[in-house]
Design a protein around this ligand. Sequence first.
Ligand code: COA
Length: 385
Amino acid sequence: MPTFVKFIFKKYVVGYYSTKIDFLYIIYLSYKLPVMIRTKIAGIGMYVPENVVTNNDLLKYMDTSDEWIQERTGIKERRYADRTGETTTTMGVEAAKIAIERAGLTNSDIDFIVFATICPDYYFPGCGVLLQRAMQMKDIGALDVRNQCSGFIYALSVADQFIKTGMYKNILLVASEKHSFGLDFSTRGRNISVIFGDGAGAVVLQPIEDTDNGILSTHLHSDGNNAEILAMYNPGTHANHWMNGQKLADFDDAGVGEMFMSHAMIDNAQNFPNMDGPAVFKVAVEKFPEVILEALNTNGYKTSDLRLLIPHQANLRISQFIQKKLRLSDEQVYNNIQQYGNTTAASIPIALCEAWEKGMIKDGDLVCLAAFGSGFTWASALLRW
Ligand code: COA
């Protein structure tokens, strides 16, 4: 065949059909390839106890003032659970009922429970099984997550992996805290006790066959070097091992036992949480923006693309610092610490639920969740609603 005929044949005949074949092959592949599964929030709920405790109410127990608390933390009031009528689990159940109903499901549809808290009803077993019992669910798995203020995002990340791999279809994720039971309400504990409040949030997570919606990514971090500066040491098995001889607990004089929890610990007020507030503040304002930008950069977004940032409600001053550093508008950051205080793992789902109920989050909105807390642990999640 003459060269020019070969040329014409290749250019116009082979070229034409290969383009067609490529095109058809792409169509074939798009049907054949597995669809990308993401996790969506199908239902959300929150519960806070009825009992409102204002800053002035705390004056009964400690030397503090409404002015000091508002100026340093932004908190005006918080809720405390009923002393004996409510527990971390029962508050979680109330939030879960709403989330399940909003997802259009019943309790028997749930195929896995994740429960995040640092105020468990029992040291063991965890709240997950108590919730499973209280809600009369099937004998499904119940996982307890202990990641303090980052607990909700850590739990969300775990649930996200279970959904994406196809293992579960309807995961109930609950975060609940009853801090009011374990704080030091004397002046000695005022730097911590004024900050924390009780409450619960819950979400139902389901798979969605869509590459653009749902949880886009989660980012988890930890640095144990500062574990002791925001911690509750006792009861525990540490036996004063970690702090180069510095005593975190006094133990009773016993050959066996009585070290996990001793009379001396209670007599010496070692059974309360400890916090070096200024040191926590310093690292929080560094890690929050870092992990928010990590989530945005991973997905190719800018801060201006964000509809709403829901930061863990640690302290209003911390949220304001993040907002300023990331140049976000007032409309792009949701805070409700003024009403509820810091509810640790529950703070993000409570804030997310409230913002959604107020119509501040609509379908298609880009939402970032971010947390920092004891451990230290910090985390973020980017999702398209
Ligand atoms: N009421 C009145 N005075 C109080 C008080 C209270 N509730 N708590 C502490 N104080 C006093 C202190 O005793 C101290 O008095 P002194 O100067 O006479 O010694 C003074 O206020 C300043 O204490 P300091 O701890 O340095 O205050 P601060 O300006 O750092 O504010 C926090 C304290 C806790 C509000 C602040 O450090 C903070 O928010 N840190 C981050 C904590 C956080 O976010 N934790 C949760 C992480 S998830």
